[in-house]
Design a protein around this ligand. Structure first.
Ligand code: PEP
Ligand code: MG
Length: 566
């Protein structure tokens, strides 16, 4: 068995086709006829451009616009006057076209690689792809043809390049294995876009596997099973068929409302961490964003993001959502989320310590700049503010007072924002659950964060395996709090959502429907599954299940029962 990264879900059972790249060897020589060599270079670029347009066209039809744009980007790179000019300069200095192309491409590859930034490093992969294509044309070497792969092929390549992808016939390729690439590499993006199961970064895959051998690719776990037994083939055939059937069934829920079998409507939103995720949420058919975790804007850098930088990020998300709700949670640092440049002191008990709203209220300039950025973005969509880790009404009041201060600053500067921006509470501490009635009177909405609510209520750290058995949202203590938070919100007439992981749990869904939850916020991949699960239940059936569960005594009793009904 080989092990890599599961980068595109699904299961592929097929025969290996090793795609070993042709050697692009040449002898660098001095050339005498500069004009002829320039002509040779220009016609190679022309042929490259024509080939790439053709490939992009094929990819647009088979896969989509975004993927075709990656290839069209190659044309833009080679047409860049600086890059092209530098190659021409070397030719003018009597260097042959092959060596000139290689030298300048290498310069760009080194430059992009040195940044260490994952996205910029992707440009290096693009330039490598361009270099190899240009050299193949100049040397008259036939590029690897994967368009001839027969049905049931598992492609094994060092790296899946965008130009290779163009040759892939989706119906024939059942899996892809590469030796390099990460979750966010082009290989992964392309494989996912083509919906082909893929395992990336499987070490030495090319030397470990041989063409024609039968293997199984598990794009979920990253496992590659070599020499599979009859039983394994049967097991994975069943897994694959289930996976495909479920996928087809889920697609029936795309573009539909989120409604129960008895007609109650719910809002089904996504949790995001970056403005880019907003587009993913929309592609996943989310109905808005129920939780934007802003701490990611503060991480992986050496100083605080400015108000303008934050405004751009929030505005980008708001614009992408086109008027759909966008709940932005203010900075939730501390606990397990560290931001080194803030210089937070090490604490004995960070989860109980100086974190989230507590830290923000003591660092008012930083907090106000975030609130102003959110307010400014509210001119571009249905933006809402949410405070994390609230445990007492004073915290909510202080936070709201700061929102009013920020509004007044913006007003005097003549900057537009939504005067009626809703301000809500993330109910994720046991305290906020117990005083949900008091908070509901002063809050515009609630969103239940079960990830923390479970830990705080059960007084257990889920990372600690000795107490992990207590960490379950199905513990009666947690369920009672969830029910009470929802009922208090309903009583006060404010919307109540859930953005913790439990919102996507099929066993939790009927309980939440029964308690009166109005919004579910889940990861983009779960949207259609949750919509399908909600559609399964009538309100009366959900009430019956909830009544039984709330009369039970132990977590085991509850989960054993719920497993029988979902
Ligand atoms: C939660 O606590 O449930 C939650 C959604 O927030 P986070 O996971 O970011 O702490
Ligand atoms: Mg939390």
């Amino acid at each position: 068995m080989l092990k890599g990264l599961g980068a595109s879900e699904g299961y592929g059972i097929g025969r290996v086709m090793l795609v070993v790249e042709q050697k692009l060897e040449y002898v660098a020589k001095e050339i005498a006829d500069i004009d002829a060599e320039l002509d040779r270079f220009h016609s190679a670029v022309e042929q490259f451009t024509a080939n790439t347009f053709e490939q992009a066209d094929a990819v647009r039809k088979s896969t989509g616009d975004k993927e075709a744009e990656i290839l069209e980007g190659h044309i833009a790179i080679i047409s860049d006057p600086f890059m092209k000019g530098e190659i021409e300069n070397l030719i003018k200095a009597h260097q042959c076209a092959e060596a000139s192309v290689e030298q300048i491409c290498q310069m760009f590859i080194d430059m992009f690689t040195a940044t260490g930034d994952e996205l910029t490093m992707q440009r290096a992969a693009d330039v490598k792809d361009i270099r190899d294509s240009l050299l193949s044309i100049l040397l008259g070497v036939q590029e690897v043809k994967i368009s001839d792969a027969p049905a049931g092929t598992v492609l094994v390549v060092k790296e899946l390049t965008p130009s290779m992808t163009a040759g892939i016939k989706k119906d024939n390729i059942v899996g892809i294995i590469t030796e390099t690439g990460s979750q966010t590499s082009h290989s992964a993006i392309l494989a996912r876009a083509m919906e082909i199961p893929a395992v990336l970064s499987a070490p030495n895959a090319l030397s470990q596997l041989s063409s024609g051998e039968q293997i199984i690719v598990d794009g979920n776990t990253g496992d590659v099973i070599t020499a599979p037994t009859e039983e394994q083939i049967a097991e994975y055939t069943a897994k694959r068929d289930n996976f495909l059937r479920e996928k087809r069934e889920l697609e029936l829920y795309r573009g539909k409302k989120t409604v129960s079998a008895s007609g109650e409507e719910y809002e089904l939103c996504c949790n995001i961490g970056t403005p880019k995720d907003a587009a993913k949420a929309m592609q996943a058919d989310g109905e808005g964003v129920g939780l934007f975790r802003t701490e990611f804007l503060f991480m992986d850098r050496t100083s605080l993001p400015t108000e303008d930088e934050q405004f751009e990020a929030y505005k980008t998300a708001a614009v992408v959502l086109k008027g759909k709700p966008l709940i932005i949670r203010t900075l939730d640092i501390g606990g397990d989320k560290e931001i080194p440049y803030l210089g937070l002191e090490k604490e004995e008990n960070p989860f109980m310590g100086f974190r989230a709203i507590r830290y923000c209220l003591k660092n008012r300039d930083m907090f106000k700049s975030q609130i102003k950025a959110i307010l400014r973005a509210s001119a571009f969509g249905d933006v809402r503010i949410m405070f994390p880790l609230i445990t007492a009404v004073e915290e909510l009041r202080e936070g709201k007072a700061l929102v009013e201060e920020a509004k007044s600053d913006l007003r005097s500067s003549g900057i537009e924002f939504n005067e009626d921006i809703p301000v809500g509470v993330m109910t994720e501490t046991s305290a906020s659950g117990v005083i949900a009635d008091l908070l509901a009177k002063e809050s515009d909405f609630f969103s239940i964060g079960t990830n923390d609510l479970t830990g705080y209520t059960m007084a257990c750290d889920r990372g600690n395996s000795d107490v992990g058995y207590l960490y379950s949202p199905f513990q009666p203590a947690v369920l009672r709090l969830i029910k009470s938070i929802i009922e208090n919100a309903v009583q006060a007439g404010i919307p109540v959502g859930m953005c913790g992981e439990a919102a996507a749990n099929p066993m939790m869904i009927p309980l939440l429907m029964s308690f009166g939850l109005t919004e579910f916020s889940v990861s983009a991949v779960s949207v259609l599954k949750v919509r399908k699960n909600i559609a399964k239940w009538t309100k009366a059936e959900a009430d019956e299940v909830a009544a039984k569960v709330m009369a039970m005594t132990t977590e085991k009793e509850i989960t054993d029962y719920l497993k029988t009904v979902v």
